[in-house]
Each structure stands twice: as C-alpha cells, then as structure tokens.
Design a protein around this ligand. Sequence first.
Ligand SMILES: Nc1ncnc2c1ncn2[C@@H]1O[C@H](COP(=O)(O)OP(=O)(O)OP(=O)(O)O)[C@@H](O)[C@H]1O
Ligand SMILES: [Mg+2]
Length: 279
Amino acid sequence: MKTLVLCNQKGGVGKSAVATLLAHHLVHRGRRVLAIDLDHQANFTKPLRLSGKPTPSACTAEALLTGTPPAIPDKPFVLVPGDRALLGLERQPALHTPFARNVRAVLAAVDARFDVCVIDTNPNPDIRVIAAVASADFVLSPIQLNQEAMDGVSGLLNHDRVGLRKIKAVLNPKLALIGLLPTMVEPTPFQRANFTQVVRQYHALMIRIGDGPGAFASIPRRSCVAEAQAEGAVLWEMKKTAARDAWREIEPSLSRIADILTDVATATKRTEAADAAAT
Ligand SMILES: Nc1ncnc2c1ncn2[C@@H]1O[C@H](COP(=O)(O)OP(=O)(O)OP(=O)(O)O)[C@@H](O)[C@H]1O
Ligand SMILES: [Mg+2]
C-alpha cells in the first residue's frame, strides 16, 4: 500500500476536493483504496459518504491516533471518517509521539489489504498532519494561484514543525513530494502570470503531464466540482455535459498522480528534485 497525504497549511485550496476526486479515480482504476479524513471539518468524509461508494469503518479517524483498536472493514473501498473528536488530539502533547506511532502501526497492519491510502488533512500544522506525513510515502500539495498561497510553498517545505524537509530528515526518510498541484485555476491574465511565476520558481516541484511548455498538472475552477463535493456525486457520473467536460480536463492530471503513486522509480527521482528545490 502506498500512502498519500494531501497537505497544505493554507485553508480552502482544494485539498478535500482533490482527495475526493482522486479516491474515486483510483477506485475506478481498480485500486483498493483506504480513505482517511483527519480533518474535523470532514469535507472528505461528507462527499464520500453521500456517494455511497466506500464502506465506512466503525471507528473514526481519531481512533487511529489514540490507538483504540480500529476495526477497518475488509472491503475494497473503505472510509475512516473524520469528526470533531480530532480537535482534542493537539491538546494532549504528552501523547503526540504515541499518536504518530499508532498511525504508523495501523497503516502497517492494513498494508496488504489496500493499494493506496489517501489521507486528507486539516490546514493547521498540528499533530494530525505530523502523524500522517511521518507515516506516508507521498505528499501532494494543492495550491491556489495567488501570492499568499505561493508564498506558503516555502512554509510547506521549511516549516519548523511540519515542513517536509524536517519530517523527512527526522521522522520519515522515505517521504516523497509528488508535487504542487495548482487548483481552481482560472483563465485570467492574473492567474496566468501567477502560473508562470510558480513554474519558474518551483519548476522541480511541478507535476509534468506532457512535453510541451506549461504541460503541468492542474485543476480548473469549475462549479460542477463544488457541486460534486456538496452532493457526493462522482464528477464523471454526473448527468450534466459541463461535469463530463470538466472531468475531461481534470483526468490527465489525476491519472498522472495515480501513475506516480504506483511508480517507485519516479517517486525517488521526485524526492531528490524536491530536496534540491528546498535547499
Ligand atoms: N476545482 C474547483 N472548482 C470549483 N470549486 C472548487 C474546486 N475545488 C474545490 N472547490 C470548492 O472550494 C471550496 C474549498 O475547497 P476544499 O474544501 O477542497 O479546500 P480545502 O483545502 O480542503 O479546505 P480546508 O483547508 O478548509 O480543508 C469548497 O467549497 C470546494 O467545493
Ligand atoms: Mg479540506
């Protein structure tokens, strides 16, 4: 099983929407998927639950950290839901090391039962994010194309508590950054200029989806993506032509990410590139 964490300390950048689309896409490709929602806002839990596709586990995500024996169903698509109990974990600093150890133990215990574990996180740099990233194989970081979000990329790499360089050096040497995924992209001159700037500044962290200039993974802003999240619909199963058109635009980016998840050689190269970019 490969574990992917959706992570960015900026709120509202599309982490949960990308996690949802990716989980459905991986299942559609025949992968066995464990979806874990570490955010008390539960914006990964709600659309998955409404879709009726995953089997919900009896335990919530909090139990994965606290070590209450989790009963993860033996099914090909399982959701471990997030709820407000997750908020209490940060207030127990003496237990943070066991919390991180418990997550690692749970993931190790289900390793043979799933192909991919997708973990959505909250935007605060707290023990939930640390525990997830400390056990993961990959991080994917959705970003929005505005100045603040772009400035936040340096924090993602260098934050003193949850920065990927620190976690990799101290807790999890196998961690690889899949890359930055611009989300809610709009065809405005402002966003185009910002896209160019991100590519120039963080070239090694962008996810290539082709040979051409500008052929990097990204997710366009489309109202049907927000509707799919709200209704629990699977984007490509929605009746509207707009939804199918949106999926056609999004699919190459998500397919590329799904491919990287199962290609270890590419992942190692990406880690080296991320290390070089972060220094
Ligand atoms: N590509 C998109 N097009 C249009 N709307 C989108 C898109 N991606 C996400 N949204 C909407 O934008 C809002 C924020 O997205 P989302 O919840 O995925 O962000 P997040 O990074 O998970 O936020 P948080 O940091 O609060 O967890 C939601 O209402 C979501 O439905
Ligand atoms: Mg979210």
